[in-house]
Design a protein. Structure first.
Ligand code: GYE
Length: 374
């Protein structure tokens, strides 16, 4: 791949965002501009000023050449993941000028490191990583930067190195906080004074799990709720079912809230509760909270099974493409790009709440909303 040398390095930050992401909820807030929307997340102060320079080396494609991209995807564990993969494959198609090497790492961290090293060896122009776990990245990211290959991290974060060009994703702690603050407003509205929670968490060590747990646990501590247990369902339907089956045995009659850290776990938990004769959803014995709000999840909200669903937008690819195009023309991109998200319920479970003083609005699940979702 020939390098496109640019005499002029653009000093100004080129904002990446405002592309249509997903149905009705497709916009992004750059790290420097997160305050304008109630549903938008706060950028950590340290990142708000950060701005990535385009690495000097092989970031360019000669005109007519395809831009070579390696994408080390987490796996295929959930509806969310399927939407993320499809979005990347659609955006980074040959017709759009890309040569995409896609690796499904099947939730295996060692395989993911190996995939990145294979991309380096094959001389790709950019590497996209959705990190299975948040740590263990320092060495391989150094290898990428030594090879002059810009890395764009999507979705989950890398917490032990900032040696990458940009990250595009969601504020998982904010999602957990939203679930907690919503629950407080909902139980108050319904006159429920005892909150006994069971959590089915996502894959241990994934930043999506860490952030959602941290955010929700803040509410548990703040409101003095009783968290009975938290076990991982690995972000899968089978995992959710298995954990819920054991919860139904161990905590029979003792819980009234189940928090699943993604929709697929919630589907599994629903099967387990059905089998155990436990009713859930608005007006029933158990309040069921989920994250992701993919189409299938929203259908369960509409069916009165999931009480509230907290969105995580999987459509990062258009924002990544815009970042790559900016880098191609010698510009710099924001180090952290946050995607906007919404909180969903049926009218009975739509309550006012706020996160650290920022009022949140909830979206009613309708046919049109489901139709437009990923
Ligand atoms: O919530 C889950 C997926 O990293 C945000 O991974 C993502 C999570 C998502 O398997 O469904």
């Amino acid at each position: 791949m020939k390098k496109k040398l640019l005499g002029l390095m653009l000093a100004a930050t080129m904002a990446v965002g405002m592309l249509a992401g997903c149905g009705g909820s497709g916009s992004a807030d750059t790290a420097a501009d997160t305050s304008s929307d109630a549903a938008a997340t706060e950028a950590p102060a340290a990142e708000a000023e950060a701005e990535a320079e385009a690495p000097a080396a092989d970031a360019g494609a000669a005109s007519g050449d395809l831009i070579k991209i390696g994408f080390a995807q987490v796996g295929h564990e959930s509806d969310w993941r399927t939407a993320s993969t499809k979005s990347c494959q659609d955006v980074f198609s040959e017709a759009n000028g890309y040569d995409l090497q896609f690796v499904d790492c099947d939730n295996d961290s060692a395989a993911q490191l190996e995939a990145v090293r294979t991309f380096i060896e094959s001389g790709v122009d950019y590497i996209i990583i959705d990190p299975i776990v948040a740590t263990g990245w320092d060495t391989v990211l150094t290898e990428c930067s030594d090879a002059g290959i810009p890395v764009i991290v999507i979705d989950r974060t890398i917490d032990d190195s900032d040696n990458y060009t940009a990250w595009v994703g969601s504020d998982f702690k904010n999602e957990g906080l939203a679930a907690g603050e919503w629950l407080k407003a909902y139980v108050d509205a319904k006159g429920i004074s005892e909150v006994n929670v069971l959590v089915i968490s996502g894959s241990t060590g994934a930043s999506a799990q860490i952030g959602r747990s941290e955010g929700f646990d803040e509410a548990v501590a703040k409101y003095g709720w009783n968290k009975l247990d938290e076990q991982t369902g690995d972000f899968t339907e089978d995992g959710g079912q298995e954990v819920m089956e054991s919860y139904c045995k161990s905590y029979a009659g003792k819980f009234n809230v189940v928090v699943c850290q993604n929709d697929n776990e919630a589907f599994g938990a629903m099967t387990a509760m059905d089998n155990a004769g436990i009713s859930y959803g608005p007006g029933n014995d158990v309040i069921l909270i989920s994250f992701d709000a993919c189409t299938a999840g929203l259908k369960e909200v509409q069916a009165g099974k999931i009480t509230a669903d907290f969105e995580c937008n999987p459509l990062a690819a258009p924002f990544v493409e815009e970042a790559i195009q900016t880098l191609q023309s010698g510009g710099s991109v924001d180090k952290a790009i946050y995607m906007e998200e919404h909180w969903y319920a049926l009218p009975d479970a739509i309550v006012d709440f706020s996160i650290d003083g920022a009022a949140q609005s909830m979206t009613e699940v309708t046919d049109a909303v489901i139709e437009a979702q990923y």
